[in-house]
Design a protein around this ligand. Structure first.
Ligand SMILES: [Fe+2]
Ligand SMILES: [Fe+2]
Length: 317
C-alpha cells in the first residue's frame, strides 16, 4: 500500500497529518464483525504468510480449527506485542527527539512531526489492545506472556552506558519503525477477518509515513555523528537488527501445545525456524527498508559499518 502524496511531503514531517492520520480522520470502529463465525469459514485471523509454520503438513492434517486457533494465538501475541512496542520502545524513542535528549539541534518541523507520531502510536496501542482483548475472549486465550522481543530490545538499553542511551533509544525507534511498515505490508485483503484487515490497513497507512520520517531523521542524525559515534551506532544497529529477528521459541512451543501438539511434533513443525541460516535470511528480507534507509544516509560507504554487516551475513559485499 503506498501513499502517493508522500513523495511530495516536506522533509521531517508526517505530511498532511491532520487529514491523513488514522487518529485524526479514522471513523472506523474495531469491533469484531457480527458475522464472524461465517467469515472464519473462509477468512483468517492472521496472514498465513506471516506464520508459515501453520502450513506445515502436521498442522494442515490437524484441520482448519487448529490452524485458525494457532492464527488467533499469533494475532493476540502480535497485538499485545504491538501495544507494548508502541509505548515502551517507539514512543520512548520519539521522546528523545521531542525533549532534546540527543545532543544535536532538532528542527522545529521534526519536533512537531515527532509529537504527531507519538499521538499516532498511542492510538495504535489502543486499537491493538481492543482487538487483542476481543480475540482472546472469543477463543478463551488466557496465557498472554510478554513477547520475548520486547525484553530483548529493552536489553539493548540496559547494556548501554547512560551517556549513550539517547542514541540507543533513537536507533531502536528507527529500526522498529522501518521494520513494522514492512511487516504490515504483507497483509492480503480477501483472506482476513474484515475488522482485522481494516485495523492492519489503518495501521500500515500511518506506518508508511512513520517509516519515511524515521528514515529522514536517521539520515540527518547520521550526518551529524563523529567517527567514534558512528562506530558505536553501527555496532548498536547490528545488535538491534539481529535481536529483531530472533524467534520466540518458548511462546511458539506453548502455542502449539495449546492445540494439542506434543513436544516432538512441535519440534518438527518449527524445524525450519530454528535452522542456523533462518536468522540471517529473516534479517535480509525483513529489514529491507531499514537497510535502504541506511544506504541512503551513506552508512555503507564506510568500511567499518559495511564490514560489520557483511560479516554477519546481513548484506552482500
Ligand atoms: Fe504504530
Ligand atoms: Fe509508527
Amino acid at each position: 500500500m503506498t501513499d502517493a502524496p508522500l513523495a511530495r511531503t516536506p522533509r521531517y514531517t508526517l505530511g498532511d497529518w491532520d487529514n491523513k492520520a488514522t487518529v485524526r480522520t479514522g471513523k472506523n470502529h474495531y469491533r469484531l464483525p457480527d458475522d464472524l463465525e461465517q467469515q472464519l469459514a473462509s477468512r483468517d485471523w492472521f496472514p498465513p504468510a506471516f506464520i508459515p509454520y501453520t502450513q506445515h503438513p502436521l498442522v494442515a492434517r490437524a484441520g482448519r480449527s487448529v490452524t485458525q486457533r494457532l492464527a488467533a494465538n499469533h494475532l493476540v501475541y502480535f497485538l499485545d506485542y504491538t501495544t507494548l512496542l508502541e509505548h515502551r520502545v517507539v514512543n520512548r524513542s520519539v521522546e528523545i527527539l521531542i525533549h532534546g535528549e540527543f545532543a544535536v539541534p532538532i528542527p522545529k518541523q521534526m519536533k512537531t512531526a515527532a509529537l504527531q507520531l507519538y499521538t499516532d502510536e498511542g492510538y495504535h496501542a489502543l486499537f491493538s489492545n481492543e482487538l487483542a482483548e476481543q480475540t482472546a475472549t472469543y477463543h478463551g486465550i488466557e496465557d498472554r506472556p510478554r513477547a520475548r522481543r520486547i525484553g530483548r530490545l529493552l536489553g539493548v538499553i540496559d547494556a548501554t552506558s547512560p551517556a549513550d542511551r539517547p542514541l540507543a533509544w533513537f536507533l531502536l525507534g528507527f529500526v522498529s519503525e522501518t521494520i513494522i511498515a514492512r511487516e504490515l505490508l504483507a497483509v492480503a485483503r480477501e483472506t482476513l477477518v474484515s475488522t482485522i484487515y481494516r485495523m492492519l490497513r489503518d495501521h500500515l497507512e500511518d506506518e508508511a509515513r512513520h517509516s519515511r520520517y524515521f528514515s529522514e531523521v536517521f539520515h540527518y542524525l547520521w550526518s551529524l555523528l563523529d567517527t567514534a559515534q558512528r562506530h558505536l551506532a553501527a555496532g548498536m544497529l547490528l545488535d538491534i537488527i539481529g535481536r529483531y529477528f530472533e524467534p520466540d521459541m518458548p511462546w511458539l512451543m506453548g502455542s502449539l501445545a495449546s492445540v494439542g501438539f506434543d513436544e516432538p511434533a512441535s519440534r518438527q513443525i518449527v524445524a525450519g525456524i530454528v535452522q542456523p541460516a533462518a536468522h540471517a535470511a529473516g534479517v535480509r528480507s525483513g529489514a529491507v527498508s531499514t537497510f535502504a534507509a541506511m544506504k541512503r544516509a551513506g552508512f555503507f560507504n564506510q568500511d567499518h559499518p559495511r564490514q560489520l554487516f557483511t560479516q554477519a551475513g546481513f548484506i552482500d559485499d
